[in-house]
Design a binder for this molecule. Sequence first.
Ligand SMILES: *Cc1c(COP(=O)(O)O)cnc(C)c1O
Length: 495
Amino acid sequence: MIGRIVKEAAIDHREGTSGLIFNEPLLWERGSKGRTAFSMPKCDVPEAAVDADLVRDDLDLPDLSELEVVRHYTRLSQWNFGVDSGMYPLGSCTMKYNPKINDKLATLPGFARAHPLQDDELSQGVLEMVWNLEQFLSAITGLGATSLQPAAGAHGEYAGMQVFAAYHRSQGRQRTKILIPDTAHGTNPASAALCGYTSVGIKIGADGILDPAEVAELMDEDTAGIMITNPNTLGLFESNLKEIADIVHAKGGLLYGDGANMNAILGVADLGRIGVDVLHFNLHKTFSTPHGGGGPGSGPICVAGHLEQFLPVPRVVKDGEMFRVVDECGTALGSLHPFFGQIGVMLRAYCYILSLGADGLRRTSEMAVLNANYIKEKLKDVYELAFDQPCMHEAVFSDGKQKDHGVTTLDIAKRLMDLGYHPPTIYFPLIVHGAIMIEPTESESKQQIDAFIEAMRAIAIEAEQDPELLKASPQRFKVGRLDEVAAARKPVLQG
Ligand SMILES: *Cc1c(COP(=O)(O)O)cnc(C)c1O
């Protein structure tokens, strides 16, 4: 009985997902022969015969009215779940709201129609934007120089590892290893491996962050440096970073900062002063590009002044009042990307940064951190918290308390869909068994966050009183549990 009441109460604040319950036939299953979406004006020239070879009669295309086509695609668009339709607390991804004005500005014809082979003289606006954005990102990180070339976060890591390799070459000896803590993002060891490095794992301390003594133990002169995700994938700030930087530098190594989570520390932490040598941003996470569907993204790297010579080309330089493109540079990596990178994503970031200003960016991070801590405090009595201490932009829980009732993280995530929310990131980071990683971002109102908390609390009660319900969720959709492994291994790519 209580279970039923909870179910109904929880469903009360369901919103935004009803599009997912429509059935939608294929276009071929609709329509009727001869129905069309257009009408041609009456022919006012003599009819001529068409060469029979040019006429194809083997095409099986459906005949539909305009309204049928519009409805079909509108419904399909509603099967999607995005930040614009509901709260999307997907940890590690910063699925925040991207102001639409930035999309509009990024498609201004002067930018959108600029051609990368246009002369510098005809491209001053774009080049000035690129140059200014590089200055902004350098200022935000406290580092010396920036390249906007990399096309995604992992591409930035790859570029950063190439900078490491170029630096060590310039020192006369290549090194073979990279230290990577358990709390790094999974792309970090992959990027290091692509550049020929062997990654050496470091266990984190009992408080969820790196212990400098562990780093000192492993750091040697065959190790190119360390890659640290900060804030780390537990949502914790690596507060020993300065000490770690000193240990790594003393052995001639470099410190890579994975800055995909910069949304938590904009205007708060000066990474240059802390000792970071190379850092990538995810413009598509932190600075206003809708993402999650596979791109486009942008993963600029910022480097300490002494590494600027190794940045990829082309670079934009300011020459008096003019901005120029420089294609060669002695020790540079060469080019990572045709032309300049993802100009549209850069424009969104540029507009976002300009519209918020330094104070606004700082406030963004403060609110993102406040929201995550609010959720952490409001849920920690019903969900096991991996590390009970102040978090940054995300809080990592687990199914520790629900397991006794046979309810797992996956069940909780599926049930949240019934209640109108995109599930959080689950089973990541790997070091927390059954992880549930929640990142609310700064965009959500207190009212919305309270509704989410209420849904999570209702699920915790359901887990005790009606575990079968959770095992059978989601229930409000056309399809229930999918075989996610089969979907990846044997994808059906045809309608
Ligand atoms: C998202 C993310 C990445 C990878 O970024 P992509 O743009 O998806 O390649 C790297 N590190 C961290 C910490 C991330 O959250």
